[in-house]
Structure formats: C-alpha cells, structure tokens
Write a protein that binds this ligand. Sequence first.
Ligand SMILES: *Cc1c(COP(=O)(O)O)cnc(C)c1O
Length: 440
Amino acid sequence: MNTDTLLHLDRQHLWHPFTQEATAPPAMLLASARGAYLYRDDGTALLDLISSWWVNLHGHAHPKIAQAIAAQALTLEQVIFAGFTHEPAVRLAARLIEQAPGELNRVFYSDDGSTAVEVALKMAIQYWHNRGQIRPRIAAMVGAYHGDTFGAMAVGQSSGFFAPFSTHHFAVESLPYPATWIDDEAVEAKEAAALRALDEYLQRQGEHTAALIIEPLVQGASGMRMCRPQFLQKLAARLKKNDIFLIFDEVMTGFGRTGSLFASERAQVAPDILCLSKGLTGGFLPLSVTLCTETLYDGFRGPSFDQALAHGHSYTANPLGCAAALASLELFEEEQSLQRVARMEQSHVDFVSHLATEIPIQHPRVMGSIVAMELPAKDAGYQAEIGKKIREAFLEHGLLLRPLGNCLYLMPPYAISDSDLERAYQIIEQVLTHHLRLIS
Ligand SMILES: *Cc1c(COP(=O)(O)O)cnc(C)c1O
C-alpha cells in the first residue's frame, strides 16, 4: 500500500493511545528502524531519544533479539502455562531471580506493566486475606503512575490522568513524594516532611494497610521526578516495622535506566514485590513479571483452590517474549550496556550544566540514562502548550522527543552513539533557544 492510502486508512480506522485525535497532527508513518534510528517511509530518519516510550534498550531491530524470537517461533511459539512449563520461561525466571534484589524468589508472568502491577496488588491483598486479616488499604505516592487498568489507575489516581474514572477507584492513600534535583537545598526538609506524613499515616492505618507501591528513584509519567536513595531506605524500614509489603514498580526504571540493572540496587533497598516490563524484552515484545519473596508465595499454598492466586492471562509466559528477554539480558554483558549508561549519565550531567548557563531551565536532574528539566512555561503540567510546540519543532529537526507537559527529558536507547547524542544535545539547545526567544 502506498503512503497516502495507509495514512488515509489510519485516519479512518485507528484510535491512537494518549492522543486527542481532534487536535493532534496526523500520525507519522514509519517503515523501519535500526539502532537508535527510526526511518519514515520517505527515508528520513528520526533519532529515538525516548526509547520508543521507554521500552527499547539495545537499539531497534537488534539482530540478536530478532533471531532469538525467530528461532523460538519455529520451535514452540505459545502454550498454556497452567499445568505446563517450558525452557525459556524457566531460564528467564532463574536468571531474573539471580539478578534481582534481596530475597525475591518467585516469578509470576503477565503481559505488560499494568498487569504486572495488578498482579502485585492482588498478591499483597490476598496474602493478608488468606491469613484471615483484613487489610483493605493500599498506599501510593503523590504523582505516581502505575498503568491504565483499573487497579493501576486507582494507585495512580493522584497523577490526574484518570479523572473520568474517579468514582471507580478504590481507596488509596497518596503520600507526599520528595522530588528533588541537582543542587536542591530543600531536599532534606522535603524528605523529613514526607516521612512525617508516612509516620502519621502508619499510625492511623498501618494495621489495615496491605502494601505501599512506589516507582523507586524516578517517577516516570508524572515528569521524571527523582528522589534520593536515602528516602527509599527510610521508607522501607518503616514499612518493614509495620509488616506492610513494599512493592517496587520498576516497569520503567528496570533494566539499566537508572544506572544499575534495577533501581533497587542503586537505592540499596530490597522490595517484597517487584514489577518489571517495558525493557524486559529489550523493547521487542510485550511481557512482564511480578517477583515476590518465598514468604509471600507460601501464603498462597494450601489444600484449597480458594487460597490460590486466581489470576492468569492467555499469553502468560509467552515463549517468544521469554526468548527475547534472555537475549536482551545476554546483550547487557556482550555490549557492556551498564558501562554505556554510566558514560551517558556523565554526558547528561555535562549537558544540563551547560544548558543551564544558556537557558532558564528549572530543576535539572540526571539518573543513569535519564536527564530531565522543566522548561519555562506559562501553563505547567501535562497539557502545557510548550510541550506540544517543541515536540513538533524537534521532529522537524529529526529528533523524537515527547515532553511531558513542560518537562523535557531524554531516555535514549543504550545503542545511541556518542556522536549522535552530542548532536542531539546541540539541536536541543538550538531549538530551545529559538523557541524561548519567540515566547519571551
Ligand atoms: C509504563 C508504566 C506502567 C504501565 O505499563 P504498560 O506496559 O504501559 O501497561 C506501569 N508502571 C510504570 C512505572 C510505567 O512507567
């Protein structure tokens, strides 16, 4: 089909995610991708600086992952996972357990980040139910985002994305989150206030709380809001004392984004439950896992099915996804991905320090492969005009960036070359300088 026909049919029949279709520019047609580049049907290239919505790690169409999927597809493509098992699922689970923090020892497979979160919440709630304790409450953080299914929306209700469903959220306590940045003088005070609010909540509701869920070190969708390891360590100690499960949603932070394989490692905090997806398959296929401790798992074993976790998806532990994930984990060693992220972190720091001398950016911050800042804007928040405008300007310059409102961030795939990254920094500075002159 030619370009015009495809785009016409797209406008006729497609409904794109997180898009106001009445005002959004038409979707761009992509033909192929390689490394850090996406290619349009007319051959123009876009440098993917957001890892295609935070999923890609080692570059697009990486031959090693593509071949692993093809080989698996010709061997065992999919099978029911109740009563059956297979080598890719077993090997991947063992591999993840080996690298996971703390005492995580069990792997439950599902399909995407949202379902990994649903599974985590259900594990925590039913564990207490199975023990005859009523602990109906869940705690989360202000600004959290955990996905778009109903349970995930409930714990992410303070993000502001889900207002039409507010009558359908279950009760969640959204606790203050001490977001911080480079040279933030108020960080200690913010952390102390957040911990006081947590203490106060625990005093009131600790006994009735099953779990607290948090995106460790970086809140993604609400604008790459970062916190310090110290805060997570103190939060974890308080939960432990109150017998409340700590759920780490590492759907975005997992697989090297924050500089270590998992943010848990960089923060030196081990959760009771860990959710992973996005980068799990290197960005090739939808797959997710929820890891938990043996203690939690034991709470579901018993003579009756009533105690079992009555949860499963048609494609649970899809062999193609597991094969892709195994290949992706091997690439971490073969391509020294974490060393690459460490170098990227240093160049990000240099970039924002320089940019801050040229442009009135606010709250510059860096964690591993992620750099973020707020741009001066009349209207802040996710719908800020500036975000939409500069997104278009960046596309015209061959960069795929998608500001979250007035928060501009980069989260490049690890396959990006040093020279492409430097070129991107320069273009970003030019576009911002030009744009800010226009609005001032
Ligand atoms: C993206 C994201 C999710 C949801 O994952 P999906 O695969 O889009 O369902 C959950 N939690 C976090 C932290 C995320 O960034």
